[in-house]
Design a protein around this ligand. Structure first.
Ligand code: V55
Length: 404
């Protein structure tokens, strides 16, 4: 294999290909070039489990926000911050997400929300579980936690979809400039609406703190009578309106889609709800919601997987590919509840690892407990489930049916 043969096919990779089905390209990357420069991304890509882990948690690397994220969220969003700044932002969002805290509120938060949406369709004998269950439950649970109780679930869904669509607009031209600047229109529309809703909420929480997470972000750890500057927390609010509202929905949908490929495993989980956490873990290994949306840059010259990286190189972490690494997972493209439950990278690794792991796992568990309890004869009503997305990935729809 010569360098030319590697670069020629890498040069031809398009975003459309990656969005539709990144797996064949990443399978070849894992075999031939586990750390490779992809021109259309304007960045290196880490595709194997080992290289993703080394880059995500290695001492030569620090957090780096993908260019689209910087464009959409502004500075200082938590996913691109480092050092004391990152420590302060994590110190701001982490406390309410600690297991001990989550255990106190998650059941009362999520169970009624799940029940509410299930009641809307349980007597219909059919539903699209993405639009009618996974997304509304996800945005309502996380949205209420953050402080958006008065924003409709339709509006929250619209916001994350628009932000997500623009976040995925990563293609660059040969100068490294965005190839499709119009791709930021959806995010800019959503941001204008978000600002109109969030500003009055921040005004209110400043004088009247409540239990919502963002109210805590304003006040916690601040001297009496002072709040954090809203410009300082704003980028992280937008980042969570994207990632935190969207990804539990993807996790639920991936788990259901996976179970639909193995009806006997779906039946086993419905019979034994204790298997739900395993089903979710395998769901997000199988189709990782944050497929390739985070990055690192190296703070000094370094060599990874035989590739010399000059300081300041950007490496995208393709966790969705790492979680299909043959060297770790047998038949990785199959959903299989019975495989050895080895740790996957769906929540990332290192200092920038997901802050909402425990919240998300438990929110999804409770949602599926309620769904399977209400509809124990659930089955897929779709020959083929279509998945889309490279940055973020999940099923487009899950048309399902049951006897009523
Ligand atoms: C990520 C997370 C986000 C987001 C965009 O981890 C990318 C990747 C938590 O929000 O908005």
């Amino acid at each position: 294999m010569t360098t030319t043969s590697v670069s020629s096919w890498l040069d031809e990779i398009t975003m459309a290909q990656l969005e539709r089905n990144p797996y064949p390209i990443y399978e070849r990357l894992r075999d031939e070039a586990p750390l490779a420069y992809i021109p259309v991304l304007g960045a290196y890509v880490a595709s194997t489990y080992e290289v993703c882990k080394e880059v995500a948690a290695g001492a030569d690397f620090q957090g780096y926000i993908p260019k689209t994220g910087a464009r959409i969220f502004g500075y200082p969003a938590i996913i691109g911050s480092n050092g004391e700044l990152h420590k302060d932002l994590r110190g701001m969002i982490d406390p309410g997400l600690q297991p001990k805290q989550v255990d106190r509120y998650i059941d009362d938060l999520v169970r009624p929300i799940a029940r509410h949406y299930i009641e809307q369709f349980e007597n219909d004998g059919q539903a699209d579980l993405v639009a009618q269950f996974c997304e509304p439950v996800s945005v309502r649970a996380v949205g209420d936690y953050l402080g958006f109780k008065d924003v409709s679930s339709e509006k929250l869904r619209e916001w994350f979809h628009k932000l997500s669509q623009s976040f995925s607009n990563v293609a660059v031209d040969s100068n490294g400039d965005f190839a499709n600047p119009d791709g930021f229109v959806p995010a800019d529309e959503a941001k204008a609406e978000i600002k109109a809703v969030v500003e009055p909420l921040l005004d209110k929480w400043t004088v009247e703190p409540d239990d919502s997470a963002i109210s805590h972000w304003l006040h916690d750890g601040m001297p009496e009578g002072q709040v954090r500057d809203r410009e300082y927390i704003y980028p992280t609010i937008i980042a969570l309106i994207l990632g935190a509202l969207q990804e539990p929905a993807h996790a639920l949908a991936a788990t259901l889609a996976g179970l639909f490929t193995k009806p006997e495993q779906l039946e086993a989980v419905i019979d034994e709800p204790g298997l739900i956490p395993r089903a979710i873990s395998e769901g997000i290994r199988w189709t990782s919601p944050i497929w390739s949306a985070t990055a690192r840059e190296n703070i000094r010259d370094t060599t990874v997987a035989g590739v010399q990286l000059p300081a300041g190189s950007v490496v995208m972490l393709s966790y969705g590919s790492a979680n299909h690494d043959h060297s770790l997972f047998n038949a990785p493209s199959e959903y299989d509840l019975t495989r050895p439950p080895l740790p996957h990278l769906a929540f990332g690794a290192g200092r920038h690892g997901c802050a909402g792991v425990y919240f998300a796992n438990n929110a999804c568990r409770i949602a599926l407990e309620e769904l399977f309890e209400a509809i124990p004869n659930l089955e897929s009503d779709q020959d083929r489930i279509n998945f889309t997305g490279w940055a973020f990935r999940g099923p487009d729809s899950l048309h399902s049916k049951w006897e009523v």
